[in-house]
Design a protein around this ligand. Structure first.
Ligand SMILES: Nc1ncnc2c1ncn2[C@@H]1O[C@H](COP(=O)(O)OP(=O)(O)O)[C@@H](O)[C@H]1O
Ligand code: SF4
Ligand SMILES: [Mg+2]
Length: 379
């Protein structure tokens, strides 16, 4: 059967106005209206029922080193590859220290001093970010790819009104006059608050609750209508009720705006119901990848099984339940500077085989759309 190329036109501002152009074999071109991504998570062709053939973000073999206090290089992210399609929500799951934040920061080339991408490719909307100049990156950060920070108390300036802080992001990227930036900021705030936009806009961060501050940060991340939003543990600092409200908001925004999401969490319950697809990371590597529902229902990698066994029953319906104390997988992740030979999970793995200490397992595709790195499945 003939395949048809799918092209994405993501010239700014992509949110709301992203158009998927599907070139048919007949030569006809169809412009699909906004809301397309909502109807088909992952951006597959609504008319032809095909899976997406082009990624908004295409990461290949991403390998990152950070530096210790003494300047020694430590491998923190190793050969990570994944795609995010237009409007798709991808989750990264893994214990603290497994390289989730470093992966996210590397995507925007925001690594801490001494950190560097030593290998790999990050292609965003057809542009290679690993070799992009700083000016090009500045145009992309916050405008085409934005970050929702973990700690709203720190991310907002304490002495500036929140409406101005949202407006400043728009001003920096769009260069519009201040009146227009404030109007656009009010529009962004109206996407995340159900009312009282003027009062909230005029408020200082300390006059808002933690949940309201997190909503302001989400408005800030959406203000320039990005194609991709990265949310790194977006509810970590919130109480259980507020956490559930913010997760519901993110879910609603995903459906309403069709923005692609990279959601990062150590808690499987946070990603349940939000991510279409999931990457499980351990020791800087992806160890399993697949559609979230299938991975959660039938995990393959022993590490994924351990993480999911610790998720309280019903947590996917009530993410707050995921705040309960989780039984730990025995042992702790290895120091990246002293990785064991073979599979990094071997010292903690209940299913280890003789081969597991000899070399790291390679990628296996045990079923369609799933990948796992474990000798139990080949490798
Ligand atoms: N600025 C830094 N300098 C040196 N090592 C770091 C720095 N930030 C994180 N690390 C180390 O890199 C590894 C991955 O950290 P991180 O990406 O923050 O993991 P996660 O987000 O999954 O908790 C950890 O071993 C952590 O100690
Ligand atoms: S490769 Fe071996 S040690 Fe690693 S997860 Fe699989 S069975 Fe366990
Ligand atoms: Mg982190």
């Amino acid at each position: 059967m003939a395949t048809h190329p799918v092209h994405f036109d993501l010239s700014p501002p992509p949110l709301h106005t992203a158009r998927l152009v599907c070139s048919l074999a007949s030569g006809k071109t169809l412009f699909l209206a906004p809301g397309f991504a909502e109807a088909q998570p992952g951006g597959g062709c609504q008319l032809h029922g095909r899976p997406p053939q082009a990624a908004l973000l295409r990461v290949r073999d991403l390998t990152v080193q950070l530096a210790t206090d003494t300047g020694a290089a430590i491998p923190v992210v190793e050969a990570v590859s994944f795609d995010i399609a237009v409007g798709e929500a991808v989750g990264i799951l893994g214990e603290s220290g497994c390289g989730k934040t470093t992966t996210a920061l590397a995507l925007l080339r925001l690594l801490p001093p001494g950190g560097k991408i030593v290998r790999g490719s990050i292609e965003f909307a057809g542009r290679e970010l690993v070799t992009s100049g700083e000016r090009e990156l500045e145009k992309i950060r916050g405008a085409e790819i934005s970050l929702i920070f973990q700690e709203p108390g720190i991310a907002l300036h304490p002495m500036r009104r929140v409406g101005d802080q949202v407006g400043e992001v728009i001003h920096a990227h769009r260069g519009w006059n201040w009146k227009r930036c404030r109007e656009e900021a009010a529009t962004a705030l109206a996407q995340v608050f159900s009312g009282e936009i003027s009062r909230i806009s005029e408020a200082y961060p300390h006059q808002l609750s933690g949940g309201q501050r997190q909503r302001v940060l989400i408005a800030q991340a959406l203000a320039c209508r990005p194609a991709l939003v990265i949310a790194d543990e977006p509810t970590a600092s919130l109480d259980a009720t507020t956490q559930a409200e913010i997760l519901a908001l993110i879910k609603d925004l995903k459906q309403r705006l069709g923005v692609a999401l990279l959601l990062i969490s150590h808690n499987p319950a946070i990603l349940a119901g939000l991510a279409d697809r999931i990457l499980v990371m351990y020791s800087g590597r992806v160890v399993e990848e697949g559609p979230l529902e299938r991975v959660y229902r039938a995990p393959l990698h022993p590490y994924t099984k351990g993480l999911l066994a610790s998720m309280p029953r019903g947590a996917s319906e009530s993410p707050a339940a995921g705040k309960a104390k989780l039984p730990a997988i025995s042992g702790s992740p290895p120091d990246p500077a002293r990785l064991p030979p073979g599979c990094p999970f071997e010292p903690r793995c209940p299913d280890r085989l003789a081969i597991c200490t000899t070399r790291a397992p390679e990628e296996v595709q045990p079923e369609a759309a799933r990948r796992v790195w474990c000798f139990k499945y080949g490798g």
